[in-house]
Each structure stands twice: as C-alpha cells, then as structure tokens.
Design a protein around this ligand. Sequence first.
Ligand code: SF4
Length: 179
Amino acid sequence: MLLHTCCAPCALPIIEYLLEDKKVKNLTLYFYNPNIYPQQEYQKRLKQAEKIAKIYNLELKVGDYERNKWLNYLEKSLPNSLESYAENEERCLACFRFRLDKTAEFAKNNNFNEFTTTLSVNRFKDTAFINNYGKKLAKKNGLNYAILNLDPYKAHKKEQELVKIYNLYSQKYCGCEFS
Ligand code: SF4
C-alpha cells in the first residue's frame, strides 16, 4: 500500500493502525506536498517524515517540490484569488485533488495495488470529499483506495502521545501561505 503522507505527526496513528495485526503487509510512505510553504518549512516536514520512516522501518518515496505546478493548478481551477478562500473551501479541495492525482499516478506507475492518504483522517478536513475522490481515482486507474476506519479525535490523541515519545516537530498551520 502507498500511503500519501501529508506530514509525519498525522501519519503516526495511521501507520500504527495499518501495521497492527498486519492489516497491511507492505507499507510505503509517499511524501508529495508541493503546497508547503516556505521551502524551509517543506524541508523541516520532510525531515520528520524521514525520521518516522526510520522508526517504523518503512520505505519513504519523495515526490518533487513542484511549487509552481501546484500554484498554477489551483489558479486554473478556481475563479477567485487563492487567498479569498477559507480553509476547507474550494482551494483546499483543489489542493487535495492535486496531491491525490499524483499519488494515484505514482501508485500505478510503481506497481502498488492500493493507496490512501493521511488527509482522510483529520478533524478539520473534508474527509468525505477526500475519500470519494480517492475512490474515483482508484477506479480510473485500476487500483484500490483504502478507507481508513479511524476515529479522527482518537487518532489525534494518539498522534499527540507519539509526537512526544518521538520528539517530532509538529507544525501549527496546514501548509500553504494562505493557511
Ligand atoms: S490550507 Fe492546506 S489544504 Fe488548503 S490549500 Fe493550503 S495547504 Fe492545501
């Protein structure tokens, strides 16, 4: 399974859940987040993803930091200026689509049969949209999209405990300059 990893803290309870009882035999993390700004912040979050990959002995694949591509996609997708949208409105839905498109493409081209995203277990995000879009993409690409059966509140609590144990950096904003 390819797990799109938006950031290390969010991934922690999901990795534990997927590895528990060997629900997933082969798990690979995929860090593809050209939304993160500025680049120093991107590097900081990437370092944390590398750290957890080591802790859990997982392979980590890293996509390109295609910042302009991400910005162009959002600008082309939306009628209004990017800063005019509140969090979880259309700008974020386009951001989710962009990263999920790339995740499904990566999964298909690299012989994964299943993918999902850490974005789908989150108290603040439109997880119904994320899961529906993931399922559509999976169908289009002959893949399976995994719905993560986790309570986002319990997952957050677990995340906080594990962040402390592993001494991870935990960011205070979603990622882009508009958040
Ligand atoms: S707030 Fe977060 S999800 Fe929304 S566009 Fe910015 S980085 Fe993407």
